[in-house]
Design a protein around this ligand. Structure first.
Ligand SMILES: Cc1cc2cn([C@H]3C[C@H](O)[C@@H](CO)O3)c(=O)nc2[nH]1
Length: 224
């Protein structure tokens, strides 16, 4: 049997484009810390891996650094997927799936990683999925339009993202749509779509709706 089968609680993956509000969304759930193990993306690890800013290196020198960056992202995602918790719910920001179907796919389509690198990463994904149980019961898709998140990225002004062009954001958007809306690829996991173009004041209504769906989905769960 796969490593970790039956060891993980109900797991929600928060997915969406860069700047779609995932971290804000997850922080909203961190107040239920007695019931929910919520883990944001380890961006700080990627920005300082033993003194190397892998995120910056990936953006400024993708030919050399996009592949090693994505292989480290895979490692950090796998750590989160398999991390034990005694809480009944786990919420993760992104996943091995968005790594595979969105980011690595985008880098390869854009010619930023060589075919050989792409094949190695895909080999890792399929091996990892063969030997490890990846718990994923619900995907909350913070659905946005590229222009809206592009503006947010400009405002947030994360230094490494300064040169990310709108085209890159549009490509990532389409890959999220292929995966989560058009269901062209990937896992048949239930998707809850959140209109995340809304500005933060209105989005509380959407948080409430997702909370209801998450708690309802857990109730539907087979009793442990
Ligand atoms: C799974 C996964 C997340 C992820 C994030 N990123 C980038 C996009 C943003 O600039 C930053 C934080 O999400 O990291 C990436 O290049 N590849 C990724 N793969």
């Amino acid at each position: 049997p796969k490593y970790g089968v039956g060891t993980q609680p109900f797991t929600v993956l928060i997915e969406g484009n860069i700047g779609s509000g995932k971290t804000t969304f997850i922080k909203h759930f961190q107040k239920f810390e007695d019931k929910i193990c919520a883990m944001t993306e380890p961006v700080e690890k990627w920005r300082n891996f033993k003194g190397y800013n892998l995120l910056e290196l990936m953006y400024i020198d993708p030919d050399r650094w996009a592949m090693p960056f994505q292989s480290y992202v895979m490692l950090t995602m796998l750590e989160r997927h398999t991390k034990p918790t005694d809480k009944p719910i786990k919420i993760l920001e992104r996943s091995l799936y968005s790594a595979k179907y969105c980011f690595v796919e985008n880098l390869h389509k854009g010619g930023l990683i060589h075919d050989g690198m792409y094949e190695i990463l895909k080999e890792w994904y399929s091996y990892v999925e063969d030997i490890t149980h990846i718990q994923a019961d619900l995907i909350v898709y913070l659905r946005t339009t590229p222009e809206v998140v592009y503006e947010r990225i400009r405002k947030r002004a994360r230094s490494e993202e300064a040169c990310v062009p709108l085209e890159y954001i549009k490509q990532l958007h389409e890959l999220h749509e292929d995966w989560l809306i058009r269901k062209k690829v990937g896992c048949n996991i239930k998707v809850l779509e959140i209109e995340a173009d809304l500005d933060l004041s209105e989005i509380d209504r959407e948080y409430k709706r997702s909370e209801n769906v998450i708690t309802a989905s857990i109730q539907q769960q087979r009793p442990a």
